[in-house]
Design a protein around this ligand. Structure first.
Ligand code: SME
Length: 176
């Protein structure tokens, strides 16, 4: 819902813009967004189109998402990630496996939740405003790593197991 503001400016009244979400609201929002993404990408086989849609819908669904996108395993350099579809300020173009939070997720194939990026050794500061993040490995149907999905917030401690539990089924439905 939105209400008209002064001079035609539209002021959003979505609850996430006004107050932090409760854990229940956040879980519910992930469930709604999962359905929306599934409906939009249904029948679309192009990987970039699917990644662009996932980034776009998630980025605009949550107030704590500051940078949202994919780093794809480079087919020509299998130990290196190259930036894919994203929303937010300009991202670094390439990240070697093992470097930063994305590189750690790629090398370990494990979800990384970082409450304070300044305390993470080797964190890559593409945007100095990033303070916390979650990075999930993205696997294809054969169980091979094809990318990582990276979400940054400009506030500390913004990601937890609800984000992980919300994002894992979205990524496996879209790419698994
Ligand atoms: N934060 C990431 C780098 C990518 S950007 O934040 C867009 C990392 O340390 O892996």
């Amino acid at each position: 819902m939105s209400i008209p503001g002064v001079g035609g400016l539209v002021i959003s009244t979505m609850p996430f813009m006004c107050a932090p979400m409760t854990p229940e609201q956040k879980a519910d929002r992930y469930a709604e967004v999962a359905k929306e993404i599934a409906a939009v990408i249904d029948g679309e086989t192009n990987l970039i189109a699917r990644m662009a849609t996932v980034s776009n819908i998630l980025h605009h669904a949550f107030g704590h998402y500051f940078w949202t996108g994919f780093y794809i395993v480079d087919p020509e350099k299998p130990e290196e990630l190259v930036v894919g579809p994203y929303q937010g300020s300009m991202g670094c173009l390439r990240i070697p496996f093992g470097r930063g939070v994305c590189g750690a997720a790629a090398a370990s194939r494990e979800v990384q939740i970082v409450e304070d990026v300044h305390a993470f050794a080797g964190h890559i500061a593409c945007d100095a405003r990033s303070r916390s993040e979650i990075v999930l490995p993205v696997m294809n149907a054969a169980g091979e790593l094809i990318a990582v999905f990276d979400v940054d917030s400009d506030e500390k401690s913004m990601f937890d197991d609800i984000d992980r539990a919300g994002l894992e089924p979205i990524l496996s439905a879209a790419f698994g």
